[in-house]
Design a protein around this ligand. Structure first.
Ligand code: F6R
Length: 608
């Protein structure tokens, strides 16, 4: 959601903060702002819209002087996206400036309490209460004011605070919202995400919930909730700065689509040793493994759709029942879960609030938990019993691409691994699947090579206003992700339906002018899918078929087609989604959409 940064050093802070905000902008882009202390006062610049507006307004930060400051890029929750609600927020006496990611759940009560004491609020945000509480509790000791304020807050937050007392100090606090400290030489930083830190340092400290840090140019001191110093390990970030930059591509999304063969390789190859799959941190004893009677996969959005693919593959190979549950529903459903349940949570960011809550709920009920996560050190990675990382590198575009395909890759490997340990996979089939895994980067590359054809198709089909994605079995699972990609970045109404389900109601909407993207790579059910193509064509719909490269039958029936490279059938979703990602990308481009920053969305959804 929102992105926050902080800097304390001996050079001008504003340019560092603005550069950090540009790197965090995918987290929210409703407004941007900085607050910088120059020793005498805190100077604030903030503006509605993109970070580039802030950059223009301040001449790349040159107008705002001082060596210590915080910055914020906003995804609005409380209060409209405008200049006033933009962060940072100030205390009335000008001593404190605050930036915040998360939600202060008891803000209304705190606001009432402070108003009764005569405090005048200027914004509609929940964050402003923090600035006024700091002022209220400040009696010459900023650390104490920070602790007393934190004790009053309910909800989730990562907070950055500039305090103007003498030389000026920077504080960073974390409660259920990501916050990472960057350890530099003669300067130190904090940020919501390592993307803002990598240009300066690869040495980081991951704060835990309830901890806060006092940051000066020379030193970072981390305290627990009681104010007692905590010894925190320094970790090394594996990502290079180039990984978080566009590298010549027009959009991060296109760059990330193109990176998929390499990301698949990075995720899969190191885990195949002498032809056997080994996970570095997933170790269930035989007793635990044979005790599992069902698997629940939970996640949100695309991560959930990766889980849909995983469900088919795990059930097929392991013969264990698998259900895929929306995290936002599972957590409130009083779910029937016990120690025989293996809960798999999937999250690119590792910070999605609903997924975290579902994980906690199911753990409390005794489930064994395994997280598939991309961001090292993230909350979900820390909370789960076991973690398998996807090695996709930083994903900056709001619409996930390489995050999704690497999640599916891990689920495929997991299915093979579990099936083998359960004794449900013939050795010859196991070996065949391993060979097929090794082949996948080449197949994904061939799917990427469809780029020019897909671009042409997008140009021709981009004016459709309602698009249905249909498929059966694995094709259905992929159609969910295909339709989400399209709708979120092009704003075209697009929905996925199980092909056999369409005639039970939704076909009423299909008419002249509708486009039906038919995924027809799952061969055991091709004839059924062909009948569904006939049904929608009879109602006037245009059909774009996504089929395996040597399938001429469906090509003849469809108005347009995309030929997907033939792979091991269980792995086809990974090759199949690539042209659909490209289709969404080029349709959105034709329609002039802001592809990396689609409206109303943000990466890393850290609020409910
Ligand atoms: C869509 C997309 C979202 C995320 C969802 C979960 O392109 O990216 O649907 O998949 O918000 O996010 P993570 O994987 O970070 O938990």
């Amino acid at each position: 959601m929102c992105g926050i940064v902080g800097f304390s050093g001996t050079r001008e802070a504003a340019p560092v903060l603005i550069d950090g905000l540009k790197r965090l902008e995918y987290r929210g882009y409703d407004s941007a702002g900085i607050a910088v202390a120059d020793g005498e006062r805190i100077n604030v610049a903030k503006v509605k819209g993109y970070v580039r507006n802030l950059s223009e307004m301040t001449h790349d930060g040159a107008d705002i002087k001082g060596f210590l400051g915080v910055g914020h890029t906003r995804w609005a929750t409380h209060g409209a996206p405008n200049d006033i609600n933009a962060h940072p927020h100030m205390s009335s006496d000008g001593r404190f400036a605050v930036v915040h990611n998360g939600i202060i759940e008891n803000y209304a009560q705190l606001r009432e309490e402070l108003t009764a004491k005569g405090v005048k609020f200027v914004s509609d945000t929940d964050t402003e209460v923090v600035a006024h509480l700091l002022e209220e509790y400040y009696q010459g000791d900023a650390k104490k004011a920070v602790m007393r304020t934190a004790a009053r807050l309910e909800g989730s937050y990562s907070l950055g605070v500039v305090c103007l007392d003498g030389t000026g100090r920077l504080f960073a606090m974390r409660e259920q919202s990501p916050l990472i400290l960057g350890v530099g030489v003669g300067e130190n930083y904090f940020a919501s995400d390592v993307a803002a830190l990598v240009p300066h340092t690869k040495n980081v400290i991951y704060l835990d919930d309830g901890e806060f840090a006092e940051i000066t140019p020379e030193e970072i001191t981390v305290y627990d909730v009681r104010g007692i110093p905590v010894n925190k390990p320094i970790s090394r970030i594996a990502w290079d700065v180039e990984a978080a930059e566009k590298g010549g591509y027009e959009h991060f999304m296109l760059k990330e689509i193109m990176e998929q063969p390499a990301c698949f390789k990075a995720t899969v190859e190191p885990r195949i040793k002498d032809g056997r799959i080994e996970f570095e941190s997933f170790s269930l004893s035989d007793e635990e493994l044979f005790g599992i009677d069902r698997i629940i996969i939970t996640a949100c959005g695309s991560a959930g759709y990766a889980g849909q693919v995983g469900r088919y593959v795990i059930e097929e190979l392991c013969r264990i029942p698998v259900s895929v549950e929306l995290a936002s529903e599972l957590r409130y459903r009083n779910p029937i879960i016990n120690e025989k349940t293996l809960l798999i949570v999937i999250s690119q960011s590792g910070e999605t609030a609903d997924t975290i809550a579902a994980l906690k709920e199911c753990r409390a009920r005794g489930a064994r938990t395994l997280a598939i996560v991309n961001v090292v050190g993230s909350t979900i990675a820390k909370l789960a019993d076991h973690v398998i990382y996807t090695w996709a590198g930083p994903e900056i575009a709001v619409a996930t691409t390489k995050g999704y395909t690497t999640q599916v890759a891990v689920l495929d490997m997991l299915a093979i691994y579990l099936a083998d340990r359960l004794g449900r996979l013939e050795k010859s089939r196991y070996d065949e699947l391993i060979v097929a895994l090794h082949d996948m980067p080449g197949k994904i590359q061939r799917a990427i090579d469809l780029n020019r054809r897909v671009k042409r198709l997008a140009k021709r089909l981009c004016r459709h206003n309602d698009i249905y994605f249909i498929g059966r079995n694995l094709d259905y699972a992929v159609s969910m992700e295909g339709s989400l990609k399209l709708k979120e970045i092009s704003y075209i109404f697009a929905e996925a339906y199980a092909a056999g389900e369409l005639k039970h109601g939704t076909i009423a909407l299909v008419e002249q002018g509708s486009l039906v993207v038919t995924l027809a790579c799952y061969e055991p059910l091709l004839e059924k899918t062909m009948s569904n193509i006939e049904e929608v064509k009879a109602r006037g719909a245009e059909v774009l078929a996504v089929v395996l490269e040597d399938n001429r039958q469906i090509v003849k029936m469809a108005d347009e087609f995309i030929l997907v490279p033939r792979t091991e059938p269980l792995f086809t979703p990974i090759a199949q989604i690539v042209p659909l990602q490209l289709f969404a990308y080029y349709v959105a481009k034709e329609r002039g959409c802001d592809i990396d920053k689609p409206k109303n969305l943000a990466k890393s959804v850290t609020v409910e």
